[in-house]
Ligand binder design. Sequence first.
Ligand SMILES: Cc1cc2nc3c(=O)[nH]c(=O)nc-3n(C[C@H](O)[C@H](O)[C@H](O)COP(=O)(O)OP(=O)(O)OC[C@H]3O[C@@H](n4cnc5c(N)ncnc54)[C@H](O)[C@@H]3O)c2cc1C
Length: 336
Amino acid sequence: MIKTDIIIIGAGPVGLFTIFEAGLLKLKCHLIDSLPQAGGQCSEIYPKKPIYDIPGFPSILAGELVDNLMEQAAPFKPGFTLGEAAVSIDKTDDDKYIVTTDKGTQHEAPIVMIAGGLGVFEPRKPPIENLEKYEDNGVEYIIKDPEFYRGKRCVISGGGDSALDWAIFLADKDIATEVSLVHRRSSFRGHLDSVQKVMDLAESGKIKLITEAEVVGIEGTGKVESVIIKHKTEGEIKVATDYLIPLFGLKPSLGPIADWGLDIEKNAIKVDTTDYSTNRPGIYAIGDVNTYEGKLKLILCGFHEGTIAVQSAFARIHPDKKNVLKYTTVNGVHGF
Ligand SMILES: Cc1cc2nc3c(=O)[nH]c(=O)nc-3n(C[C@H](O)[C@H](O)[C@H](O)COP(=O)(O)OP(=O)(O)OC[C@H]3O[C@@H](n4cnc5c(N)ncnc54)[C@H](O)[C@@H]3O)c2cc1C
């Protein structure tokens, strides 16, 4: 059991900054995120895009902002449970919460801050009838380690940057023995140079390009052995393969948070704007995951919400202590 003062569900920018604000009040945080890295949307969706509305930074790359937030939080030694989704929240007899992940890791604290953003990112799945049967048995939605595919045959489906980039990587570096790229249109949505590179690799025979086609079926005993591809003009084609990798992007879903007895409105958690508390005492919701009149889904608004919420959390944890606001310029930053 991991014990801390504040469990933060979601290690996006808002969760990360909240570690710092909690730390100033001598409260320790442990963060849980279903993604394998911290940074939320900034790391997962747009790490290389410049953000122009972070106060004091005329321009900063989203990935750089995450690095800075991690550095700023470091003195307060946050704990992280990454690559695990928080699935349940239970109250203990002594008024604490236990948050359990899909891998069974348990965390206990008097305060829970939900900074879950748009929710858990789930892969968009193609409509193939027996798809689920082959998940982890040849069907993969995320390429975590390309070496996993060394010496294997891969069918990648999709027409965006992720599908193009991985097809190029696996073929050009001679990792997979065979790479087929299946896309339902004749043109691709990805970057022009990636499209050109795919065309070049197709020309040299390193990528088998199958456009105006869709994977419609999977065959194999226990694991993927071949896929059935429906081509616009040629009808059904069977391609022998070890892996089918549909790369159609990730879609956010509030997921398990929606079943925790919290007031939900328009796929977000309703909060009291005096301290961003939810209808369950000791549970707060900050950042993109919450809703209230006038809500703006912006990073700077999430920073404000986290700052206010930890003040309220302090009062709950230490009802007998009075917290006096101290400037960091005066008090400095004293880590744990
Ligand atoms: C392309 C793009 C450009 C943007 N540009 C700007 C901009 O210029 N300025 C600006 O202010 N904002 C911008 N935004 C919005 C900004 O990224 C969000 O407001 C911000 O990321 C919200 O931060 P967050 O920490 O609340 O949530 P998120 O960044 O969404 O992070 C939430 C985290 O919670 C995790 N999570 C959710 N549920 C669970 C669970 N049950 N268990 C474990 N983990 C969970 C998720 O995996 C995720 O990592 C942009 C967004 C996009 C997509």
